[in-house]
Design a protein around this ligand. Structure first.
Ligand code: BG6
Length: 478
């Protein structure tokens, strides 16, 4: 992918400016763009939230966030970056506050020198707020004329878009009440990760993979996202969401889709991903418990903000199949959990049993490790000396780290949004398809009679998850 630099001035309005995500990800991401000279001379970052704060206090908050979350800071770059930062206090449901915001933005933009040269400004609104206020914000952005149709506008919405299919549809309606569909950028930060995008480019650049990615050769696929971290101060959100909504509905399904989708051009990414998503289905079984299992780590209910008796899952595993013809009949096992032994995001493709069987023989396997000890590992077997066929593992390993113009995921996605590049954001069709698939599963997990197992923090998950996959005569690949 070519280097993108921004030439036109822009105003970036961040809703939820004092929130957790803004501090741990968004301010550092914007700072990185400034540091790497990827931003134009004229730009403004305007934090909007309900907290009372002066510009100076807000700049101190942004500065603190950058210092805390960057390994090192270049002082002149940070100082210059902070001169572009402003704050606007307001209520999300008060149109007067948005009218004032528009006056403020207009005044700031009048100071953009490049505007005098006829280069138009782009406005962006980033919704780093709970979905419950999306409606008010989008309505008031239009009513308050911050978005009046004359200035190019992008509305970036962080996942999760909704809580289920129904609430997603309501949010979609609210957003479309103000924005054109092509102005809406639905953000799944995994699609900003070089390693995740690489799933698509690896397939593109290595026709040999396309030849072996087919059901006659593949036995099963595992998509794993293990986290060491727990709630990270997000109890309110997580308690209502749980792991299935938080990780499967977006990140895990996206990774699986990037693996199975038809390889089209970048311009066709939305359609290809949506189609791949649509082809996933729940295998026909008599018991839902055979295709999904949930668990909660010991001590979750003692966390700040969590009620005793909570039934929120912090771990889940799920079996899916796909109708994509190349992958038909291949089971996909997805699993994710918090407070596990290690951070690892991985796709493992296990091939069929080898023909030559002897002591130590095992199926070939390809691991694409996207996070953790990122790398690609092809597991093969080689003969050990002797008259009998006996084998030892031969693992071909290469680290899969980003080399070149590497940006953190939010930096890359923001840059693309400023530039109007939308392919690596989701569209409504994709999110809707994912909710459609997830809703019945979530419904099953929510039922009081569905078991919620427990696991020890720092372990690899509940014992029952081992037994669950053993029913398919498999063990989790590690
Ligand atoms: C977020 C989830 O989308 O992804 C978090 O809301 C999760 O709960 C996070 O921890 C994981 O992202 P990453 O980039 O650390 O793999």
């Amino acid at each position: 992918m070519g280097t993108i630099s921004v030439t036109h001035p822009f105003t970036f309005i961040l809703f939820g400016a004092s929130g957790h995500l803004a501090q741990i990800k968004l301010y550092p991401a914007l700072y990185v763009l400034a540091l790497k000279s990827r931003l134009p001379k004229d730009y403004a970052i305007i934090g909007f939230s309900r907290s009372a704060m002066t510009d100076e206090e807000f700049r101190a908050l942004v500065e603190g966030a950058v210092r805390e979350h960057m390994l090192e800071v270049t002082e002149p770059a940070l100082e210059e970056f902070l001169t572009h930062v402003h704050y606007h206090q307001g209520q999300y449901d008060d149109v007067t506050d948005f009218k004032k915001l528009n006056e403020r933005v207009t005044t700031i933009e009048k100071g953009f020198r490049s505007q005098e040269l006829g280069v138009s400004t782009v406005r962006l609104a980033y919704f780093s707020v709970p979905p419950t206020v999306f409606g008010d914000i989008s309505h008031n952005l239009c009513e308050g004329n911050v978005h009046d149709g004359t200035i190019p506008f992008r509305c970036i919405v962080e996942k999760p878009v909704g809580h289920d299919l129904k609430s997603f549809e309501a949010i979609k309606k609210q957003l479309l009440g103000c924005f054109q569909e092509e102005e809406i950028y639905l953000l799944d930060h995994y699609l900003g990760k070089e390693a995740v995008r690489n799933m698509y480019y690896l397939r593109y650049a290595n026709p040999v993979l396309e030849r072996i990615f087919k059901n006659t050769l593949i036995h099963h696929v595992e998509v794993t996202a293990m986290e060491e971290k727990g709630l990270e101060g997000r109890a309110g959100y997580f308690e209502a969401a749980g792991t299935l909504r938080d990780m499967f509905q977006s990140h895990l399904l996206m990774m699986a889709s990037l693996l199975t989708m038809r390889l089209g051009t970048e311009g066709e990414l939305h359609a290809s991903r949506a189609d791949a998503l649509k082809q996933f289905y729940l295998p026909p079984v008599t018991k839902m418990d055979d295709i999904v299992l949930q668990a909660q780590y010991d001590g979750y209910q003692d966390e700040d903000g969590i009620q005793k008796g909570s039934r929120t899952n912090t771990y889940a595993c799920l079996k899916l199949m796909t109708r994509m013809s190349k992958w038909e009949g291949v089971p996909f096992y997805l699993r994710s959990g918090k407070k596990l032994a290690k951070k690892e995001t991985r796709i493992s493709i296990q091939f069929q049993e080898p023909r030559a069987v002897g002591e130590g023989s095992a199926p070939n396997r390809l691991d694409i490790i996207l996070q953790g000890e990122a790398g690609m590992r092809m597991h093969m077997q080689t003969k050990v000396g002797g008259t009998e066929p006996a084998f030892r593992p031969l693992v071909m390993v290469d680290p899969l780290v980003c080399v070149g113009d590497c940006l953190p995921e939010h930096s890359l996605l923001m840059l693309e949004a400023i530039h109007g590049k939308r392919q690596w954001y989701l569209d409504f069709n994709e999110v809707q398809t994912a909710w459609r698939l997830m809703d019945p599963i979530q419904g099953h997990l929510d039922a009081p009679e569905t078991p919620l197992y427990s696991y020890v923090p720092g372990s690899i998950g509940p014992r029952e998850a081992e037994e669950w996959i053993q029913k398919d005569t498999l063990t989790w690949l590690s």
